[in-house]
Ligand binder design. Sequence first.
Ligand code: MRU
Length: 344
Amino acid sequence: MEKTIEWIKTNNFGYSKMIDQTQLPYIYKKISINSSKDMYSAIKSMIVRGAPAIGIAGAHGVILGAIESLNCDNFVENIKKIASFINSSRPTAVNLVWAIKEQLKVLEKNKNEDRKTIIDLLIENAIRLENDDIEINKKIGEYGSAIIPKGATILTHCNAGSLATVGWGTALGVVRSAFEKDKTIKVFADETRPRGQGARLTTYELTKDNINTTLITDGMGAYFMRKKMIDVVVVGADRISLNGDCANKIGTYMVAIAAKYHNIPFYVAAPKSTIDPAIKSGDEIVIELRDEKEVTTINDKPICVSNVNIINPSFDVTPGALITGIITEYGIIKPNEIHKLFTK
Ligand code: MRU
């Protein structure tokens, strides 16, 4: 399977290679990232986006930091400093924190090895995380496909597909696994303003796989629910608290409320690494505020007067009470039982 983001090994350690998602669907282009500063920018500018993909970018950022620290007096401390710099690129997706921590564990465990060996071990660990991501998404897909009725129309928001992960996807992994068994399923994809991940990315990857996809704007979901044209909602997540509240792309909460009103099951598909064991409720999740220009322009063209007030939160939190189940690699779990994954 082609990876959205991967570490390319060379004689000189290597570099991170990723699809530039800011160019899609117009241009499909892969870029190489060779420094921790460029990795910070790639995450912040959303060249790489989607919680699991950002996590892998963070893991690669630590390797780049280690390569840059090779001749520093304080090798280990310098890597940690760069790791926290990468960590500050975007605040909401916990997968970034998680993957960086996975790398720092390797660093800590092997800090007495020689520097080149440590870098090789960080590379090995990052490639393991990449491969695990695909395997986990396949498991999520397998569990999730069981809740997709034959011929169902699935509504999704944002892009939780192969582009948001290393491959296969979480919410769209469920769609892909369901499609393997039933070619008649359909997807309604929310446009997902302001960045248009649904319009630009979800429709791109699903139509490429010949999955019947209809693009709708963000305000249309409830209309189609009332018309009984939506059977189930499946979305991804960026951070899940221990009580099962789920942060995901702005607009998800509104979809969940509409689904509840119309008695339509609402599922969140996410790996365990998206659950933050340090927070009890969604109120503790830091919501990223992004550039006003994302709201005031489309394709760099202004769509409003310049003297209007703008606020641009990138995520919202859907309370666990609105969520039918969280589809993980361990099975489908009720939001109020998600904490049990940490007592196993
Ligand atoms: O701002 P983005 O594009 O990084 O936001 C992505 C989402 O909200 C996804 O739904 C989420 O990360 C899950 S990806 C499997």
